[in-house]
Design a protein around this ligand. Structure first.
Ligand SMILES: Cc1cc2nc3c(=O)[nH]c(=O)nc-3n(C[C@H](O)[C@H](O)[C@H](O)COP(=O)(O)OP(=O)(O)OC[C@H]3O[C@@H](n4cnc5c(N)ncnc54)[C@H](O)[C@@H]3O)c2cc1C
Length: 401
């Protein structure tokens, strides 16, 4: 650290911007009686410095642009309800309670518990949306936030598709507008010990609350027409047999939305758009039915055409099943030879050690050929391992090299 409690300049990027931030940090260190407690983190929109304030670990966050100032004002308004608590603030800076280094949502996700991470993030967002207090700070409506995207023609395909999606989403008249966080992701919901999981770094927007959740949770919605034609796969797929009780259902889409705790107007608008696309014979949003794979796996009676994958949702009762991501196979793991014998780093078989199934490096390499591409090799290599272990290998050790 540079002398007299100042910020260590060697850790900073050079240039005028870094100097400005360092000066701002120094100002607040003096003004708020803070002691630096780690290296600064600089971004294009400001900087953050770990500090200690009256024996308490804290973060000094200084804004250099309006977007960050808006976020700081919003953090102050939330007053620690679903967000990190702001202890001190002025127009450019906030002094925040400091999160614990672990656990983190990214860590949970990497350990295979992303469902839990998403649930935690959604719970934090729900608290933010429920916050009611007088005089909310100035926030930006979603239409204005997307102004640059919506108002400029571009040749870039990704930007054009993004603009089309934004147009469509913003065209739906929201009846569920709230002050939004605007940038919820695994790095912006942190653990604060006894205070639990809380949000940081909001953008300060206003709009439909679905914006903060993106598309999770996500539902597969189908109707009575689907059940009568195809049945429900988990109950054996017998046409006409109603889905089991645990599948949420309702006579109307609005009733289904209520059961799913999602806005009825949004579900109705989504289904209306879908039905219009079905009638037109093309899914402009996701291009379902266009791939040869879709046309083969869709309705067998309509095989070979787009309609094999497009059907209307227009006859109650309506049903929904929550869609979760999962893994059905893997491609990494120890390499084996053709007898399923695990190889060491030199490519030599390790006596008595075998691998088959998801635990082994896939014999398919990086590809997944389709249904059966995991169980079949699992069985084959299990069989080969058994034969080898019993001293009756299908392939001689020499040939297995
Ligand atoms: C919805 C779905 C549909 C699928 N459809 C198909 C399909 O149509 N055709 C196809 O070929 N494949 C399909 N698969 C993939 C296939 O089911 C799996 O790849 C295959 O079952 C993996 O077999 P495995 O024996 O390698 O692993 P697993 O079946 O996962 O067996 C691993 C076992 O080890 C146990 N275990 C884990 N850790 C420990 C521990 N520390 N101590 C003791 N036991 C432990 C687990 O409990 C589990 O019983 C599908 C998968 C899913 C999820």
């Amino acid at each position: 650290m540079a002398g007299s409690g100042g910020v260590g300049r060697t850790a900073l990027r050079t240039g005028r911007f870094a100097c400005t931030i360092v000066r701002m940090f120094d100002t607040y260190l003096r003004l708020w009686d803070l002691v630096p407690d780690g290296g600064p983190i600089l971004t294009a929109s400001g900087g953050v410095l770990p500090v200690v304030w009256h024996m308490r670990p804290a973060m000094l966050k200084v804004a250099t642009c309006d977007e960050e100032r808006r976020g700081n004002a919003l953090m102050t308004w939330w007053n620690g309800d679903g967000a990190a608590r702001v202890w001190l603030h002025d127009s450019d800076a906030v002094l925040l309670e400091r999160a614990q280094p672990a656990p983190t949502l990214a860590g949970l996700s990497a350990a295979g518990h992303d469902d839990d991470a998403i649930r935690i993030a959604c719970a934090a967002v729900a608290r933010l949306h429920a916050h009611r207090a007088p005089a909310p700070p100035a926030v930006v409506p979603l239409h204005d936030w997307f102004y640059a995207l919506l108002s400029h023609d571009t040749d870039d395909d990704v930007l054009r598709r993004s603009a089309a999606t934004a147009h469509r989403l913003l065209a739906v008249q929201s009846t569920d507008e709230v002050v939004l966080h605007g940038d919820i992701h695994h790095g912006n919901v942190l653990h604060f010990g006894d205070r639990g999981w809380l949000a940081i770094d909001p953008k300060g927007l206003r709009g439909d609350r679905a914006f903060d959740y993106a598309n999770l949770p996500c539902w597969m919605v189908f109707d009575q027409g689907f059940i009568e034609r195809y049945g429900f796969p988990i109950t054996g797929g017998k046409p006409g047999v109603a889905p089991p009780q645990w599948v949420p259902s309702a006579a109307t889409l609005a009733g289904l939305a209520e059961r799913l705790a999602i806005p009825a107007y949004a579900l109705e608008a989504t289904v209306k758009r879908w039905n219009a696309q079905v009638a037109a014979g093309r899914d402009d949003d996701f291009h379902r039915g266009e791939a040869a794979h879709d046309q083969w796996w869709g309705d067998a009676a309509l095989r070979g055409g787009v309609q094999a994958s497009l059907g209307p949702i227009d006859r109650g009762p309506f049903y929904a099943v929550e869609i979760k991501s999962g893994a059905l196979g893997t491609k990494g793991g120890p390499k084996t030879n053709v007898n399923a014998n695990v190889l060491n780093v030199d490519g030599e078989p390790i006596g008595g050690l075998y691998a088959a199934g998801n635990v082994m490096s896939s014999p398919m390499g990086m590809t997944y050929g389709g249904a059966g591409g995991t169980i079949a090799p699992g069985m084959v290599f299990g069989y080969l391992a058994g034969r080898h272990a019993a001293g009756n290998p299908l392939f001689a050790d020499e040939a297995a090299r």
